[in-house]
Design a protein. Structure first.
Length: 298
């Protein structure tokens, strides 16, 4: 492929949104420091899997990811430490539903801010995509949706609830350790109380994906300027975060969010002192790891 004639951006935060992916991967890793120190590789292969980077792009993409990891190490890890310390205090005192709602709202705000910060670089990326890369992106979305159907929409309602409960328990056990049969029964009850309609979630995924595809195609067909592209990306990001608040399905989304928060609160209230100590130890381990990573200014 031929290199685009468009100017290369100052791309320090181009892949800021990929940190969301990185942190979700880290959550399942036994060694956070090992995973974080290999974050550049994780992010590169994640991005490559979506757009199949061409030979001209690979070099500067890797350089940009290295810069991102360095920037993130310097500026963001202390914030993560504060978040975890707040969670430790809440766990010790016993959080309320309002506490957990505030935590959730804070995460959403931080995520939106991170994405909006990356819009200049995302605009350059959108303007440089080749038609075959957009086609690769579309196929990747389709494959992801097929995987979603396979995992989340197999069988009847009972089977889908059982799968959802299993995935939730994997996360709870990561933090709290093993649960007794009696505890699991109560957690399962709270899990099943959540609204279940995977057709709605699949439709929302498809809407977001189609919006992204429509935007990058429009950028190419209309040869939008960097400024115009940036404005469109900012609108797309903001609309994505406001979508659930302004949707015709708002009642469903509100009920789902409230039930998810109640599920977490149920687990915390059911947990024994030993299980809470397990969670505190894991959070302290992450705090120590983040401190070590922040001090290692590569």
């Amino acid at each position: 492929m031929q290199k685009s004639n468009m100017p290369l951006p100052g791309r320090r935060t181009l892949y800021g949104l990929l940190l969301i992916v990185l942190m979700s991967v880290l959550a399942a890793c036994s060694s956070l420091r090992l995973a974080y120190n290999n974050g550049d590789t994780l992010l590169y292969w994640w991005l490559n899997g979506y757009v199949d980077l061409n030979s001209d792009q690979k070099g500067w993409v890797k350089e940009d990811i290295d810069k991102l990891i360095h920037w993130h190490r310097q500026t963001q890890l202390q914030d993560y430490i504060q978040i975890l310390q707040t969670a430790q205090r809440q766990l010790s005192a016993g959080p309320s539903q309002a506490d957990l709602q505030n935590d959730y709202d804070e995460i959403k705000k931080r995520t939106e801010s991170l994405l909006l910060k990356a819009t200049p670089e995302l605009a350059e990326l959108a303007r440089s995509l080749q038609p075959e890369q957009i086609a690769t992106l579309e196929r990747k979305f389709a494959a992801n949706n097929a995987e979603f159907r396979k995992k989340n929409m197999r069988g009847d309602k009972e089977a889908q609830q059982r799968y959802r409960f299993k995935k939730s328990m994997e996360q709870f056990e990561l933090w709290f350790g093993n649960f007794s049969d009696e505890q699991e029964a109560q957690i399962r009850k709270a899990s099943d109380a959540r609204p279940l309609d995977n057709e709605i979630w699949l439709d929302e995924r498809t809407r977001r994906q189609n919006s992204i595809l429509a935007l990058v195609r429009r950028v190419q067909s209309e040869k939008l300027s960097k400024e115009a592209t940036q404005a469109e990306i900012q609108k797309l990001i903001k609309d994505g975060f406001r979508r659930l608040d302004n949707s015709e399905r708002k009642a469903f989304f509100d009920a789902a969010e409230e039930a998810n928060i109640k599920l977490v609160l149920t687990v915390i209230n059911l947990s024994t002192p030993v299980q809470k100590a397990h969670a505190q130890k894991r959070m302290q381990g992450w705090i120590d790891d983040f401190r070590s990573l922040a001090a290692d200014q590569r």
